[in-house]
Design a protein around this ligand. Sequence first.
Ligand code: URP
Ligand code: ZN
Ligand code: ZN
Length: 454
Amino acid sequence: MALLIKNGNLVLEDGVRTADLRCDGGVIVTIGENLVPEAGDEVMDASGKYVMPGVIDSHVHYKMAIGNVCTVDNFETGSRSAACGGVTTVVDYADPLPGKSLVESLDYRRHEARRAFVDHTFHMVITPESGWTKEDLKALKEYGVNSLKLFTTYGDMLAYDQMEEIIGLAGELGLVVTIHAEDNQIVADQVAALKAEGKTQPAYHGVSRPAFAEVEAVKKLVEISKKVNAGIHIVHVSAGETGEVIRKAREEGVKITAETCPHYLELDDSVYQWKNAQLFVMQPPLRKPEDRRLLWENVQKGTFDFFTTDHCAYSEAQKFSHDTFFETNGGIPGSETLLPVLFSEGVSKGRISVEQLSRMLSENPARLFGLFPRKGVLRPGSDADLVIVDPEKQVTLEKDLLHSAADYSTFEGMTLTGYPECTVLRGKILFRDGHFLPGDPFGKFVPISHEGDH
Ligand code: URP
Ligand code: ZN
Ligand code: ZN
C-alpha cells in the first residue's frame, strides 16, 4: 500500500520545505505541493511536524558475547527499540570466527541478523588472529561491506604497526577503517596502579581509562594516516581534547572522520560517584563537564561527521553483578534515545539546526558506509525510510516508555522537547504514537551502493 504524508516540514538535502511526500513500492516516489491521494493511499497529516530521513545508528552491538556473558538486546529486541526512536538502519559488528574466512564470518553474522526489524549492514572486526590479506579484504567489498573495525585496546587489539598495514591496504581498496582509540599501555598502567592501591570500585572507572589515553591513541593514528596517506574514522570520541586533535588534523588535510555519542555530550563522570555507577560504565568512560562543552563546540564546528550510540545493552542485573570497575560489563543502551536526546539538546536548545542534525544522523553515515543515496536522504528513488518528529512534544524519559531489553536508560528523568511520533521503513509504518506495530521483522541487509558518492 502507498503512503502519502501531507504538509510536513520535510528535511531535504537543500533545507527544510513544507510539502507532501508519497511513497510506493518501498521507495519515495514524489515530493511536491498539493499531492492528491491515489486510490488506496494511506494518508497521514504531518502539519507542524518535521519529516526527516530515517536515522542510521552506525555503531550498535547486538547479541555481543564476551566469555559467557551476552548483551540482552539481540537483533530483534535491539532493532525494535531502535525503530521506536526513529532508527531505520543500523550498522552492527561481525567478529571473525575461528577457522572461518572474513567473508564467512560476515555471512554468519548476517544470518544472525535475519530477524532484525530495521535494515542493516556490518563493520568487519579485524584482530591479530583474523588476518587481513588483500584478497580477504577485497572479498568483503565484493560481498557488499566497506567497513573494518580495529581496536587499540581490549584483548583483541592490534599493534600500531599492524594497524598501519591494514589502514594502508584499506586505503588502496577503498575500505573505511573505523577505530576504537584508547592507548592500551596507558590504560593497562592506570588499571595496575589503581589495583595496587586497592581502588577497584566502579567509582574509579573514569580514572582507569583517562582522556589522555584516547588523545594519545588518536595522535598516533593521525600520524599513521598521514604516513600511509589513507583515511581513518575514530568511533565514540569521548574527550574534548580528542575533538580538538581531530579538528586540527582535518584542517591540515588529514583524511580523518569521527563520531561522538549522546552520552559523552550529555553526561559527565560525576555519575561514577553514585551508588548505581555500574549502569554508566562504558568504554571510553564519561568525562568532565568541560569535555562536554568542547565536544558540543566541535559538533557546531563540523568536526564530527555523525552521531552514533555504541548501543551495547546489559540488564541492571548484569551490570550490578560485579562491584569492580574492571569486571563490570562495559556498555549502555542508546539507539532509541539517539534522535530524541539530540533533537532536544541540539535543535530545541538552538545548538544546531535540524538540517545539521539530519546530516549527522542520516546522510553522513550513509555516505561513509556506502549506503547513500539509497539511505540517508529524502529523495525520489531513495528507500522510503523516514521519521516524523513532533518538535513541541515534551517527554520525560522513563524506562516504561523505552523498548530495549536493558530496561533502563542512562538518560532516565531527562525532560525532552521534541520526540519521534512515527517511523517508516521502506514505506511501512513500524512505530506510531508511542507503539511499535505488530508484524514480522522485514529488515534487510543493505549492500554498499555503487552509485553513491562516498
Ligand atoms: O563499553 C563499550 N563501549 N562496549 C562496547 C564495545 C566498544 O568498545 O564499543
Ligand atoms: Zn569501542
Ligand atoms: Zn562499540
